[in-house]
Design a protein around this ligand. Structure first.
Ligand SMILES: CC(C)(COP(=O)(O)OP(=O)(O)OC[C@H]1O[C@@H](n2cnc3c(N)ncnc32)[C@H](O)[C@@H]1OP(=O)(O)O)[C@@H](O)C(=O)NCCC(=O)NCCS
Length: 196
């Protein structure tokens, strides 16, 4: 009887928690619902996100899903981590990396912080740690991020990370009932290594 070869799956996962100078990036857990609700329920936080402000129940469901978003094993997988401040242990936001193409080694970066934690470089610090994971551990070739053209705070995070503006789309899609205007920024592995 011939044997059916087993599919080869590679699992890429950071060593948790990821420690940066001031932050601890860790998996979400059930106890995080109130902290997530404190920022994801806010209209100012969701203004440029695809999501609307979330109810407590929606946050509970999001946290349940996020608790399993810890590793890359195939295209479309997402690593979505809680960003905790080391000095007071407060959960101040989230950072994510989505494996968009396995063959082309491409991923998409994302970040959301509670407004109380803006203006300290925490988003850049957390995102830089996921870039390092993507390039050093997963072996990515290019990481990109997108933001609404009015979301200057997000564009500045991408610039601080060393990403280049690659596209400025105008009216390429509908966003919350109006035409969208979007920036795409990206960084190649070679550019990332040069900038270190
Ligand atoms: C996008 C977002 C995460 C940016 O937050 P942020 O606090 O501006 O970004 P950072 O954490 O990198 O902080 C950078 C700011 O801190 C300042 N800063 C202070 N100390 C710093 C330090 N040690 N290192 C770096 N920056 C520091 C920087 O000067 C900068 O301020 P500036 O923009 O006035 O020049 C935040 O606006 C947000 O969560 N928005 C809602 C969700 C969202 O839109 N997400 C992105 C979707 S595309």
């Amino acid at each position: 009887m011939s044997q059916v070869p087993l599919p080869i799956t590679t699992l890429f996962a950071p060593d948790y928690p990821i420690m940066t100078d001031r932050l601890r990036l860790r998996p979400f857990s059930r106890g995080d619902v109130d902290a997530v609700y404190s920022y994801r329920s806010r209209p100012d936080v969701s203004e440029f996100l695809f999501d609307q402000p979330m109810s407590h129940e929606e946050c509970a469901e999001a946290v349940r899903i996020r608790a399993g978003q810890l590793a890359f094993s195939g295209e479309g997988d997402k690593i979505l981590l809680a960003v905790e401040r080391q000095d007071d242990g407060r959960l101040i936001g989230e950072v994510s990396l989505i494996w968009r193409s396995v063959a082309d080694r491409q991923a998409e970066l994302g970040y959301i912080l509670h407004p109380d934690a803006h203006g300290h470089g925490y988003a850049t610090e957390a995102a830089a740690a996921l870039l390092a994971f993507g390039f050093d551990v997963v072996g990515l070739h290019r990481v990109y991020a997108r933001c609404d053209a009015k979301n200057l705070a997000s564009a500045k995070v991408m610039q601080r990370l060393g990403m280049r503006e690659e596209a400025h789309f105008r009216e390429h899609a509908q966003f919350k009932g109006r035409w969208d205007e979007e920036f795409v920024y990206a960084i190649l592995e070679s550019e990332w290594r040069q900038s270190r």
